[in-house]
Design a protein around this ligand. Sequence first.
Ligand code: ACO
Length: 403
Amino acid sequence: GIELGKLLANTGYTTLDGGFVNTASTKSAITYIDGAEGILRYRGYPIEQLAEKSSFIEVSYLLIYGELPTTEQLDAFTDRIRRHTLLHEDLKRFFDGFPRNAHPMPVVSSAVNALSAYYQDSLDPDDPEQVELSTIRLLAKLPTIAAYAYKKSVGQPFLYPDNSKSYVENFLRMTFGFPAEPYEADPELVKALDMLLILHADHEQNCSTSTVRLVGSSDANLFTSISGGINALWGPLHGGANQAVLEMLYRIQGEGGDSADFLNRVKNKEAGVKLMGFGHRVYKNYDPRAAIVRKTAHSILEKLGSGDELLDIAMKLEEVALNDDYFVERKLYPNVDFYTGLIYRAMGFPERMFTVLFALGRLPGWIAHWQEMHQDPNGKIGRPRQIYTGYTERAYEGIDGRS
Ligand code: ACO
């Protein structure tokens, strides 16, 4: 690509690209996407192979360190994460201050931001050891924070992490378990959730990752930058789409289950009627993550005994939309979030937790991008320009002279 910005700097010309549709904000060696071909690779490895063969912790290592780990490296990484899963006891009380009916996303992003106050020994963005420690802390503590946000919302006691369990098992136990009661997660469910986290682990310069980079570009610490990313992810056009998809399916079900009628209303651009879980800024062919989830959605839903009416509505929507010129012309295909909500629901998560699960998955990607940005010797603070459209100069009028 041409570094147009550099060429134009100081010439008086400014490029305007609303929504950054064609503007690269950075060079990056982490994730490759070919939107036309439906290709997604982390550090060169195809998403299909990682989803089938790898684990979320291994993918986290790959994204952050750039290479797949040896057994020794993976064991050391896993062990380190295990040793940091506890939250400071005072931070536990932080959750008490939120109303019980709060959406978990602001609770989670606030708690992540609060890590900057509790772990002041790992805030220096220029000290590699501190960055590594805050990286481990984030990976270790986000599942605990997410589970506590859930427990708070259902009025149940918090469970301390059980570090004899795997990353995903531990999270499921803290979420669905009860103190002093054994909790055994279904291995198929653990595997499915681990795979979904892998699929969400990175997606180059999406809205939340760009936010993490922009916040971090001011040399703000890693915790605070990630908290910014969690907030950006909450929006229904980004990570909040998985919750919005399920709400849409409920709505269609409530209105009699007529998918074709709903699609007509989408085509007529009726206010508030959008086909959530369809369309993507970059994928204009298909979303390779959606193809992977689609394959597993049926078997998981069957296994969990939730192959219900909502799935039928979703399948019908997909079938009709994929054969309708309106959606075909606009290159609108299901994205990863079209299916994930149904799976999360079958696993027992309430809709409000769906976007939190996305955040758990995206965390290593955010961290990898934040680190890549800090390691760039030519890194600069992010500071876009604008095209001013307001008044030219006006003289101040005293209040008595205004009409
Ligand atoms: N439903 C109906 N029409 C749509 C949709 C949709 N989901 N998405 C795009 N379109 C239409 C637009 O109305 C527009 O039509 P027009 O040319 O007649 O005006 C055309 O398709 C192009 O759409 P844009 O808005 O230019 O596409 P953009 O790249 O800006 O938007 C986005 C991408 C935000 C993902 C959009 O497709 C959308 O809102 N989808 C629904 C929300 C969603 O599922 N988000 C998850 C994204 S994936 C992720 O975060 C993991």
